[in-house]
Structure formats: structure tokens, C-alpha cells
Write a protein that binds this ligand. Structure first.
Ligand code: GLN
Length: 242
């Protein structure tokens, strides 16, 4: 972070923003401002270059065709790679998560190269689409409470050796590989299948992104527990028999 300003970049709202994923940018922005940070939020459309000097980049989910277009443009642009090389934090959801991996299956049924920023490969699930509420235990190393989210994807994501699962599902499919893993992360790049938007349901993940970007172990506490009611409601709903 330079000039005491946190630069938040929301990538391609015109292509990738299903299920309210743009809420993730709102939550990070708000929780940063509540800590007194000066935040510059930049929404970058797919015909604009990705700035390389951002601190946190957010990328959402999308339908299969916009996902292919987004992958093509991000590969051609190269800015996100440079930003990660500069130490930026990236948080991605669903289609965005698949794009950050090595490859995924596109809307034409072909193998589409991703950005290779996460050591994952996505294939097309042969079974039913993964749809519904998800509950999971986040990797204990991250010190975060239970994960709650909503998934809707056909893709199945396999983790390579340098990616750690973000969570283990108690309910739902997550990566869809049958091993109970959900999402993936390395030191600075995170991916999840969770919509919701996931950072509104799990604001302490937003705080984790802020801590990583600011390179601090703790943030000033904020008296803001609005999300507990939302979390409680969604966790209870997920546990109702179908
Ligand atoms: N098109 C991808 C899939 O179905 C991602 C869907 C999404 O982002 N919701 O796997």
C-alpha cells in the first residue's frame, strides 16, 4: 500500500458478477473505511486495462460464455499477473476461481487456458450441477469461523500440490471432486465456489484479505455485528431438510 490509500479493484463487472458477487467489493470497501482507511475502488470493465498497482483484486462468477471472454481478455491484458507479482491479494469466486487456475472447460466444450495464478485445474462435472447452500470448516490455519455460501456450478476443480483447500464442506459439494474440499488458496490468491455474496456472509474473510494487504496481524475492532443475524439465518436454513 502506498500513499496510505488502499486500492481495491473489481474485475469485469460487465462479465463476471452473478448472484450479487459485486457485494464482495462493497464489503471489503466498507470494512476498510470503518478502520479509517482511505479506499480507492476501481471497477474495471472488460474493455479497460487491469491496473497493476492495486492492493486487493476481486473477481466474481459468471455464465460460461462471459467466463471464456473474461479469460481471453485477462490473458491478453497480463495486468493481473503483474499485480500478483507485485504482491497483490486476489479473491475470486466460481467462474473467476476457475479462470485463475491452469485451465477449465469453456462454453464450446474446449480446454481453455486460465491464468495459472492458482494451482488448480477445472473440468466439467459429469453428474448433476452443484446447486445449493454450503457449510464448511475453513482451513484452521486461517483462524476463521464456519464458511457459509451458496453454490451453482457444473465445473469440478482439482487442486495441485501448491494449492491448499480453503475449506472442507459439511454440507454441499464445493470443488465437486468428492473429497469434501471447497475452494483453494496460496499465499496471496484465493478461490471459492461460494456466492451469497460470500464476503457478506463471511465478513471475517474480508478482514483476512485486508490484513494480508496491509501486512498486519490484526485490524482495529469494529462494532459491527449486523452479519451475525444473516449468518445465523443462512446456517439454519442450510441445515433444514430439503
Ligand atoms: N460456468 C462455471 C460453471 O458452471 C461457473 C459458474 C458460475 O460462476 N456460477 O462451472
Amino acid at each position: 500500500m502506498t500513499d496510505n490509500q488502499l486500492r481495491l479493484v473489481w474485475i469485469y463487472p460487465d462479465l463476471l458478477s452473478t448472484y450479487g458477487d459485486q457485494g464482495n467489493a462493497l464489503v471489503v470497501e466498507r470494512r476498510a473505511r470503518q478502520r479509517g482507511l482511505d479506499v480507492a475502488r476501481l471497477d474495471v470493465r472488460s474493455d479497460q486495462p487491469i491496473p497493476t498497482s492495486g492492493d486487493i483484486y476481486l473477481i466474481g462468477g459468471g455464465e460460461d460464455r462471459p467466463q471464456r471472454l473474461a479469460a481471453e481478455r485477462l490473458r491478453r491484458d497480463g495486468g493481473l499477473h503483474r499485480a500478483v507479482g507485485n504482491g497483490a491479494i486476489v479473491f475470486s469466486v466460481c467462474a473467476g476461481y476457475q479462470i485463475l487456475g491452469h485451465e477449465f472447460i469453456n462454453d464450446l466444450g474446449q480446454r481453455e487456458p486460465g491464468l495459472g495464478l492458482l494451482d488448480v485445474v477445472s473440468t466439467r462435472g459429469e453428474g448433476e450441477r452443484c446447486v445449493g447452500d454450503v457449510l464448511g470448516d475453513i482451513d484452521p490455519r486461517l483462524g476463521l469461523p464456519q464458511l457459509t455460501g451458496f453454490e451453482n456450478h457444473q465445473g469440478v476443480t482439482h487442486l495441485g500440490p501448491s494449492a491448499r483447500p480453503l475449506a472442507q464442506v459439511r454440507l454441499g459439494k464445493g470443488n465437486g471432486t468428492g473429497d469434501g474440499t471447497e475452494g483453494a488458496y496460496n499465499d496471496t490468491v484465493f478461490g471459492t465456489y461460494m456466492h451469497g455474496p460470500v464476503l457478506a456472509r463471511n465478513p471475517l474473510i474480508a478482514d483476512l484479505l485486508l490484513k494480508l494487504a496491509l501486512d498486519v496481524n490484526a485490524l482495529p475492532p469494529i462494532d459491527d455485528r449486523w452479519y451475525e443475524a444473516l449468518r445465523g439465518e443462512r446456517i439454519a436454513a442450510a441445515q433444514q431438510p430439503a
